[in-house]
Design a protein around this ligand. Structure first.
Ligand code: C5P
Length: 232
């Protein structure tokens, strides 16, 4: 269970991130560094976490031309991340370039390649916004499933998805495809700004491989006690 928990370190300083990581490391599998922390603390925070023995999911959601994303993917391997992601809507050539670049770079360094995940449709987008603002006519479940399938066919290892999307994704990508799920709230935790939350137990039952959990642990009076409670 412990290995499946990824803590979102959504804080604004290296000191705060390292302190949380230190408190939580023995109870969780990995730490997610997102846009806020990465831009506040730079790649050094990733190096420090990796050096301390932590696994890092670097959540920067690349979306650019294939060559640019491929070079960024190589930089992810140099940093020693365990997992990173790209927008699946960047297209098959971009996804293939990222997957190939990461694998070849890891091979050259003699290390295990990071898991590469696709972001399908941001869960903050409604079906109406998807249609009227981004011009995607097909229903949301079909769009999510199509982008998950494209990710798989392009050599990605999995996707980031909300728990309610898991059945749509499993039906087209099968069991051997990694699904990382945010929007998790233990029954005892505050929902914060998350709308549709599931409990850790529900997410696992739906077939999530990894659970991204932030504030229920990081904003707790004692992150360590919250982690113990979560595991229990
Ligand atoms: O604090 P909380 O548990 O809500 O943090 C969830 C983390 O997962 C945040 O870093 C958030 O950006 C990320 N995330 C999300 N929903 C998505 C994709 C990512 O909450 N659909």
């Amino acid at each position: 269970m412990r290995e499946k928990i990824i803590v979102a370190l959504d804080v604004d300083s290296e000191a705060r991130a390292l302190s949380l990581a230190d408190q939580l490391q023995e109870y969780v599998g990995a730490f997610k560094v997102g846009l806020q922390l990465y831009h506040a603390a730079g790649p050094e925070i990733v190096r420090k976490l990796v050096r301390s023995g932590a696994k890092v999911f670097l959540d920067l959601k690349f979306h650019d031309i294939p060559n640019t994303v491929a070079r960024a993917a190589e930089a992810m391997v140099d940093l020693g991340v365990f997992m990173f992601n790209v927008h699946a809507s960047g297209g098959g050539r971009m996804l293939e370039a990222a997957a190939r670049a990461a694998k070849e770079k890891a091979l050259r360094l003699g290390i295990t390649p990071p898991l590469l995940l696709g972001v399908t449709v941001l869960t903050s987008l409604s079906e109406a916004e998807l249609r009227t603002e981004t011009g995607v006519e097909r229903p949301l479940p079909e769009q999510v499933a199509a982008l998950a399938r494209l990710s798989q066919n392009s050599g990605l290892d999995g996707v980031v998805a909300s728990a309610r999307e898991i059945p749509w994704i499993r039906s087209v990508c099968g069991e051997d495809f990694v699904i990382v799920t945010p929007g998790i709230r233990p029954a005892w935790a505050a929902k914060n700004d998350q709308q549709r939350v599931v409990t850790p137990r529900e997410a696992l039952k739906l077939g999530a491989d990894y659970l991204v959990i932030g504030r229920p642990l990081t904003a707790a009076a004692s992150p360590r006690d919250a982690a113990k409670r979560l595991l229990a």
